[in-house]
Design a protein around this ligand. Structure first.
Ligand code: GLA
Length: 393
């Protein structure tokens, strides 16, 4: 079994020391977490509901101001340093790790945040391409530290929006707001239910007798490829078709299950029908899951996670054979309330809600069984919900 503290990265004093060696000043240090989504997948860009939690994997940024207008970025993970001129930032990404930082600096500047030149040393331990939002953690950590350096108070919701905009426009991935929002607003021991249209949210306490166990299939997930944007386009097509009968709708969020059954025509594409059905039923599941959590009804919560996975697998078609094995095997282990893929899909991780007393056995058993079936050694992370972005030094 592995937990977040054992995964790579620098300790805080090491990060400060490395910064000193490279830039010859003392830094302040900020961090932003990755996330796991408990339920509500592929609903955020349909103006719907999601329920993520921040996890104890972080991107950390050691930062100090410069006297000129340069942004100097040094990545510990990529062992590379790059420089930019704040007054002549590129306007498009070039498929490089620095895209997430420069895209965010761009949107902050456009929003009128008076950034100054700065040296940044960046180190992270959020597993990459695993569906745990390493990209959002990088955007939010750098955005938070650059904003904080101006001396102004960071507006967390605004920061989440600007980071999402950077990923949409600069990196070219049309992601929703979920990952950036939870990285900004997460709270220890709480999940967060977010209305992705109004951005109203509620922090929901997670009971102490369960753990969030993340199982990494070790099959890399990437949403920068076309599949994610393709799903978005399919949802938009669904809205276009349905609005012939329901002219008031703006997004799939506005369509109830009953309206969908009544109006979706048999002559329309089966593929679009299934994509819409997933989103519409998933939105309903988030609201039911949130009520179940408030009532302490973990059995119902777990059942909704399982239904969510089946819907993502059959209707939205974003699961993978490895994710399905991980979920099926998990559900056979004692103490598991629910299991499902988490994040964009096509590989990456599952999230499992497991009774505290069974966690150790679960982690060992699932690792053995997954490896027996797939011949791939997984990583298992036993997590608790963590706080969102903050300055820590
Ligand atoms: C990725 C995106 C999120 C969300 C999920 C799917 O993580 O970044 O905005 O759409 O996929 O729920």
């Amino acid at each position: 079994m592995q937990n977040q503290a054992q995964i790579g990265g620098n300790t805080l004093p090491e990060l400060a020391q490395t910064f000193q060696q490279i830039f010859h000043t003392n830094p302040r240090i900020c961090q932003a977490p990755g996330r796991v989504n408990l339920i509500g997948e592929h609903t955020d860009y349909n103006d719907g509901f999601v329920m993520p939690a921040a996890i104890g994997f972080y991107t950390r940024v050691a930062i100090a101001p410069r006297n000129d207008r340069k942004l100097v970025l040094h990545s510990v993970n990529f062992a590379e340093q790059v420089e930019f001129d704040l007054d002549a930032l590129p306007t498009h990404g070039r498929q490089h790790w620095s895209d997430y930082v420069i895209g965010t600096a761009n949107t902050l500047l456009q929003a009128g945040i008076a950034l100054t030149g700065a040296n940044l040393l960046i180190a992270g331990n959020v597993p990459l391409n695993s569906g745990l939002s390493s990209s959002a953690a990088l955007e939010v950590a750098t955005g938070f530290s650059l904003w904080e350096l101006t001396g102004q108070e960071v507006d967390r919701t605004k920061l989440a929006q600007l980071c999402q905009q950077a990923e949409n426009e600069f990196v070219g991935a049309r992601v929703g707001i979920m990952d950036q929002f939870i990285s900004c607003h997460g709270q220890e021991n709480h999940a967060l239910r977010l209305d992705c249209r109004s951005l109203e949210f509620e922090l929901l306490p997670l009971p102490p007798n369960v753990h969030l166990v993340i199982c990494n299939t070790m099959v890399k997930h990437s949403i920068a490829d076309g599949k994610y944007n393709e799903r978005r386009a399919e949802c938009e097509e669904g809205v276009r078709l349905l609005s012939q009968y329901l002219p008031e709708i703006q997004a799939l969020r506005d369509v109830s299950e009953a309206q969908f059954e009544q109006h979706f025509s048999k002559d329309w594409s089966e593929r679009i029908r299934r994509r819409c059905r997933h989103v519409i039923t998933e939105n309903a599941r988030v609201l039911q899951a949130s009520a179940a959590l408030e009532q302490g009804n973990l059995a119902t919560f777990g059942q909704l996670m399982i239904e969510s996975h089946r819907s993502l697998m059959k209707d939205y078609k974003v699961s993978s054979s490895e994710l399905d094995v991980m979920v099926d095997e998990a559900l056979k282990v004692e103490g598991v309330y629910g299991a499902r893929m988490t994040g964009g899909g096509f590989g990456g991780c599952t999230i499992n809600l497991v009774k505290a007393e069974n966690v150790e056995n679960f982690a060992q058993t699932i690792a053995t069984r997954y490896e027996r079936v797939t011949k791939i050694q997984p990583e298992i992370y036993v997590c608790t919900a963590a706080d969102g972005a903050s300055r820590i030094v």
